[in-house]
Write a protein that binds this ligand. Sequence first.
Ligand code: DGY
Length: 323
Amino acid sequence: MSKPKIVVTRRWPAEVEAILSDRFDATLNEADTPMDAIQLAEALATADAVLPTVVDRLDASVFEAAKARGIRARVLANFGVGVNHIDLSAAKAAGLVVTNTPGVLTDATADIAMTLMMMIARRAGEGEREVRAGRWTGWRPTHLIGADVAGATLGVVGMGRIGKAMARRCHFGFGMKVIFHNRSAVADPEVPGARQAPLEEVLAEADFVSLHCPGGAENRHLINAGRLALMKPTAFLINTARGDVMDEAALVAALKAGRIAGAGLDVFENEPSVHPELLTMENVALLPHLGSATRATRIAMGMKALANLEAVLEEREPPDRVV
Ligand code: DGY
């Protein structure tokens, strides 16, 4: 019997690619170049499954183009938890199951949020740039004075798995108080004394605001000029969620005006481009979307996508169905 045909849109960890090649008639993207809308539509029309990543834009026009040719694919097994890059109703209308990879990247992503928090609080990027440039003139009492993390208040926006993991790290590791905002009531925030509050209250009280809510239309520009103005001038913003949750131009304006103290960003509105003014700011730490980038995590994401893919092709309910 012939093996199901799958298209993998980017390079995946070698361990997972080996299994995919063994079990399927797999087209791998050896050049690791992003696929355009025409290539994605072609994949949907010619393969039994397409395995996209969080940077493949699967909007309605891609499904329309594939439909015009006749869609063969039954599943989009996404490598990643965020699905804001997929038009879910168009995918569903086209008869596709969409799955994602929740759970396995929780710790790695919370660790990156912690990394950014420490970098901006203790001016680590600034200090490293100084050392590398040969500009360090030696220890002195007033040199690169940062902010304390111990005892400060963390504000979490989106108290799901990753938000809770960030809260646990900050509370149990650094003795921080936690206040959080979440659309629905959170029965167990997993941190003693953590308090659920309206977004405006979280922004006004926190010393570090960390974003962990989904991207996409529902949260687009949730953090805008008006909401940034509620933050303390000594407070920092951390974003490891999605770039579109934050109005990047409004963030730049707030940083320039000193309305907030700094920002740590792993995600951006128009990745991989970054607002040019952010690149010039010393009080901003910038990472290239590294949230889930550990070896074990990326393998686990691939294995989860594989389990979802196999379930759909074998006509079982996939463990991580989104639609
Ligand atoms: C995800 O899974 O949504 C992440 O952004 C990838 O790191």
